[in-house]
Design a protein around this ligand. Structure first.
Ligand SMILES: NC(=O)c1ccc[n+]([C@@H]2O[C@H](COP(=O)([O-])OP(=O)(O)OC[C@H]3O[C@@H](n4cnc5c(N)ncnc54)[C@H](OP(=O)(O)O)[C@@H]3O)[C@@H](O)[C@H]2O)c1
Length: 306
């Protein structure tokens, strides 16, 4: 079995060492132009030349959960595209979202500001029944986040493309149920894949449908949010603020108004990082399953876009 690694913006040596150790019988090499044809590839943001040269690949393993950038490229028509399926990301996402939610709900920023001035202050407790959390996307990450949020007794709502039943989650599906989902949500968490249907879904007319005093947590992709629409909604008081991990342009430009806005928290696309050892174990398991002709989880439906 021949495996090619083609990852840009990533330290590749540890992937090479890890894959070689996990598959001693395979030939594992870093890709260079003109390299021999491989059976499988492990990729992150590969150049188009790689895909053009390696058109015979049986499967392409993306070392992230989102494949929006990969699907923009011209892919070999018969190659299966496989994304990471959790691999240690969902628990990180659950931590991140619960942290952002609880920091907002318990007003910890206000306490920190008071404490910084030596003030011993109290704020009126809020009712969590008045803080329903709507999660857009009930996939691998969304369902794990929903479970974690429900542990803190917040009412949890979820929205997906197909109809779902998830314990403890009031589920909505499809465009027709989006207004009802939004109207019943106060905190909105975006965990959708970026597709033609979801690009710009967080915009003035959708965010305006959230309950007054709403809060946005975007941990999916920057292009889900129409960035120009957010600050006016916060400054008008309709939204109480936002925690954003992803941006249209990354790194977020120094002049971007999100950095300085007092009600916006920015983090550098770090809510759920790819964990190398878990990911290598998962990818190797899937390669071996492919070789045995068995089905694997996380195969991307190119027409659907995720
Ligand atoms: N910030 C970070 O560090 C980070 C890390 C990892 C992932 N991510 C992002 O998180 C996204 C989600 O990951 P995942 O593993 O949970 O993906 P997933 O398992 O594929 O789940 C996607 C969910 O979104 C729903 N969905 C897709 N299109 C929709 C539409 N048009 N309307 C309503 N619902 C729609 C799907 O509905 P169905 O269930 O009906 O198919 C599914 O529930 C990734 O695509 C990636 O962009 C971000």
């Amino acid at each position: 079995m021949r495996i090619s690694i083609c990852c840009t913006d990533t330290k590749v040596e540890p992937w090479l060492t890890g894959l070689r150790a996990a598959l001693p019988q395979a030939s594992v090499e870093l890709w260079a132009p003109g390299a021999p044809a491989a059976d499988y590839a492990v990729v992150w943001a590969p150049p188009q030349q790689f895909l053009d040269e390696q058109a015979q690949l049986k499967a392409l393993f993306n070392i992230g959960a989102g494949v929006d950038a990969l699907l923009q490229l011209r892919l070999p028509p018969k190659t299966r595209v496989v994304r990471l399926d959790d691999a240690g990301m969902s628990v990180q996402m659950a931590e991140y979202v619960c942290h952002a939610l609880i920091r907002h709900f318990r007003e910890f920023d206000h306490y920190a500001a008071d404490v910084a001035q030596g003030k011993w202050s109290y704020r009126r407790p809020r009712l969590r029944t008045e803080c329903p959390v709507g999660i857009m996307g009930l996939g691998v990450l969304g369902q794990r986040v929903a479970k974690a949020v429900a542990q803190f007794d917040f009412p949890v709502l979820g929205w997906s493309r197909s109809v779902k039943q998830v314990e403890g989650v009031r589920c909505f599906a499809g465009q027709t149920q989006l207004p009802e989902f939004l109207a019943h949500s106060k905190v909105l968490v975006c965990l959708l894949p970026l597709t033609e249907d979801t690009r710009g879904i967080l915009r003035r007319d959708t965010l305006s449908q959230l309950q007054s005093g709403g809060y946005l947590i975007n941990v999916a992709r920057g292009a889900h949010l129409v960035e120009e629409d957010l600050i006016p909604l916060i400054d008008s008081g309709h939204l109480a603020g936002a925690t954003l991990d992803v941006f249209r342009q990354e790194p977020l430009p120094a002049s971007h108004p999100f950095w300085a806005h007092p009600k916006i928290t920015v983090t550098p696309h770090t809510s759920a990082r790819t964990l190398r050892d878990e990911s290598i174990a998962q990818i190797v398991g899937k390669m071996l399953a492919c070789e045995r002709g068995e089905p694997v989880a996380g195969v991307v439906d190119r027409n659907r876009g995720y």
